[in-house]
Design a protein around this ligand. Sequence first.
Ligand SMILES: Cc1cc2nc3c(=O)[nH]c(=O)nc-3n(C[C@H](O)[C@H](O)[C@H](O)COP(=O)(O)OP(=O)(O)OC[C@H]3O[C@@H](n4cnc5c(N)ncnc54)[C@H](O)[C@@H]3O)c2cc1C
Length: 223
Amino acid sequence: MAGNSGHVAGLAGLKLPIESHLLQAFVSEPVKPMIDTVIMSQSIHCYISQSDKGEIVLGGDPDMYPTYSQRGMALRTEEVAGQAIALVPALSRLRMLRCWAGTTDMSFDGSPIIDETPIEGLHLNGGWCYGGFKATPGSGALYAHHLATGRAHELAAPFNLARFANGSTIDEAGAPQGAGSLDAADRLSPLRPPRPGRVRLRPRPRCGPVPGRQSGRGGEPAL
Ligand SMILES: Cc1cc2nc3c(=O)[nH]c(=O)nc-3n(C[C@H](O)[C@H](O)[C@H](O)COP(=O)(O)OP(=O)(O)OC[C@H]3O[C@@H](n4cnc5c(N)ncnc54)[C@H](O)[C@@H]3O)c2cc1C
């Protein structure tokens, strides 16, 4: 119930550790084929692709305040446009056709909640932030396992609701804080075996200072 998890849980008297924020998408006028992949920059938080109709599709940071308005702030349009032009200068002449904002349920550690709740019979698979599409097949299987057996699948177990009370929060790469060398890809390997020769990203914990950076909300992935 992205954007409405808090409302629906509230109907049952449950308060979730989730805030609802807007994430916008932007679409330009159509042009001839120029981008045949998805370009994504983690350092400036912008992603670009081209639709079959030729439109350039852009996305960036969420609007950084909780709201259900579904009217994105204009400042984000300007920022995402600037970031996209920094990545692909040829985009600077394009006119933007439309933009829209969807509501994303942001958990406080950036990871989803896949668990039963203290209310009997009420389960939750939510708090997917801005990564819920790509996780759907895997998370659906884990959620179904919990519903069918009454117990969390071992891969989903860390994504429990109690972590926000007991401090065992998870960084968004899926590796528990303090897990040291634990590799997120290893944890998911039963669902998606690693391909031979593949370079793996090893996440660092989100919290704490990052060497070489004056400030920041999290660690950089390191090879
Ligand atoms: C602009 C934008 C771009 C995104 N891009 C990506 C991306 O590139 N990759 C990615 O992985 N993720 C992306 N996401 C995030 C992704 O959309 C979400 O994480 C994901 O959809 C969350 O899944 P969900 O099943 O929790 O909720 P949803 O997919 O939102 O489904 C919730 C459903 O519950 C229904 N509902 C709500 N309230 C009630 C009610 N009271 N009663 C009954 N039904 C109700 C809604 O109508 C909806 O059908 C993007 C999101 C936005 C807004």
